[in-house]
Ligand binder design. Structure first.
Ligand code: PAN
Ligand code: ZN
Length: 183
């Protein structure tokens, strides 16, 4: 058993809770404007993940639970966001629910059609099968959400590193806007 603080979404640390931080320096090639990224401190934390893994990774029929906190910020006009991935087992789905902050869940199917769902406190989202997912913080405070996914889903980061998403969420006149990526 673990405990969650619902006001922050954070899990109480335990040996089953894995914690990781993703910094700007580790997100090269993810944001569109490489020069703008280079001008920022690579040690800047973009997001933190806590994952409760009560069964070994790869176990069929199990579930993992996680909390992600995405910091507010932008690289040029593009909001701070998670790396994004397909599940290695492409048909594995996932639920997200927003605890705090404003954001966008960016979804892309295997034909690269990309769309977004606005995230705000209390919004619950389903990542359908065969759909890549990433989250952008479109607000000015931390964005916190919880997630639950199958323990045999796995993560395919490589295809996103290579091909990205079909669209990006950028700030246009102060508003979060989905803009088709240059091919
Ligand atoms: C989430 C994500 C988390 C971080 O728990 O793993 O938000 O995003 P990246 O994994 O893309 O860096 C999830 O979707 N798990 O499957
Ligand atoms: Zn996922």
């Amino acid at each position: 058993m673990v405990r969650i603080d619902w006001t922050s979404g954070l899990l109480q640390p335990s040996k089953e809770v894995h914690e990781s931080v993703k910094k700007l320096g580790q997100l090269e090639g993810i944001f569109e404007n490489a020069a703008a990224l280079k001008a920022l401190d690579p040690r800047t934390a973009v997001y933190r993940v806590q994952a409760w893994c009560p069964v070994p990774e790869g176990t069929e029929g199990g579930l993992f639970w996680g909390t992600t906190v995405v910091e507010p910020g932008r690289v040029d006009s593009e909001y701070f966001m998670t790396h994004g991935h397909f599940h290695l087992k492409r048909d594995r789905t996932e639920c997200y629910a927003t605890v705090e902050g404003e954001g966008a869940l960016i979804l892309m199917n295997e034909t690269r059609t990309t769309w977004m769902e606005p995230m705000s406190p209390g919004s619950v989202h389903l990542v359908p099968p065969h759909v890549a997912h990433r989250v952008a913080n479109t607000g000015s405070n931390a964005l916190r959400f919880v997630a639950c996914w199958p323990s045999d889903a796995g993560h395919d980061y490589e295809s996103i590193r290579k091909h990205g998403f079909g669209a990006r969420v950028v700030c246009v006149d102060g508003k979060a806007t989905l803009v088709r990526s240059a091919v």
